[in-house]
Design a protein around this ligand. Structure first.
Ligand code: NI
Length: 226
């Protein structure tokens, strides 16, 4: 499932975040690439563990933890500390699949990448190109969202970032280990949760809302690893 989380951050918050990011030093993005993706990758990043990355990353994680759409769609167990990248001057990232296991630098923590996230900090009119192209079983999707919006997609998907031929594309990217590893199971739970929300909006104690909520939790009990 490809899921857009709209307006995670307001325009004002985006501009504050961008000002902070500009104070960091940016390095060659190949520092966090695996063997195959190192050949495909051409961008700039803020080094992992940089104080600015930590500060903005914690703000992102806090905001995500309050976002019902994110929690319902990702069923997060662990989130990798957000990283930050910038593409300009024709830079791109060729087709690749993200590494399955990510080690959090300087710790013994590991995150299995079930979902990949891109959170846009540049508005589409600020740059040409830079579309995130995601291939899944339903075809090829081109994603270019307003600043403050985020896309979540299965980390098992082949994807690439088209060359940025004008301006700069700044974003945050990270991975989520879900309580429910399987994308199709997670999608069923998300769809069921949406129906429950709609039914409950009328009457939270209606017999159907209670029964469906029970089914949701019994499926989650069956599928979740915690
Ligand atoms: Ni990737």
């Amino acid at each position: 499932m490809l899921l857009t989380i709209p307006e995670l951050f307001s325009a004002e918050q985006v501009s504050q975040i961008r000002q902070k990011l500009e104070t960091a030093e940016w390095v060659d993005g190949r520092v966090t690439a695996g063997h195959q993706s190192m050949l495909a990758k051409d961008n700039m990043q803020i080094p992992e563990g940089h104080p600015v990355a930590k500060e903005v990353g914690e703000f992102i994680l806090h905001t995500l933890s309050q976002n019902l759409l994110f929690v319902s769609g990702a069923l997060p167990m662990k989130v990798f500390p957000p990283l930050f990248n910038r593409y300009s001057g024709g830079q791109s990232f060729g087709t690749h699949v993200d590494n399955a296991i990510r080690h959090v630098k300087g710790t013994s923590h590991r995150v299995r990448s079930d979902l990949s996230a891109t959170l846009f900090f540049s508005n589409p009119e600020e740059y040409d190109g830079g579309e995130l192209i995601i291939e899944d079983t339903y075809g090829i999707h081109s994603v270019k969202l307003p600043a403050g919006h985020m896309v979540l997609y299965p980390s098992s998907s082949l994807h690439n970032v088209r060359p940025v031929t004008r301006g700069a594309r700044v974003s945050s990217f990270f991975w989520i280990q879900s309580m429910v590893r399987d994308d199709s199971a997670r999608t069923l739970l998300f769809d069921l949760d949406n129906v429950i929300q709609q039914i409950s909006a009328g009457d939270v104690n209606s017999p159907n809302a209670v029964k469906l909520t029970g089914i949701y939790h019994n499926l989650l009990r069956r599928w979740a690893e915690v």
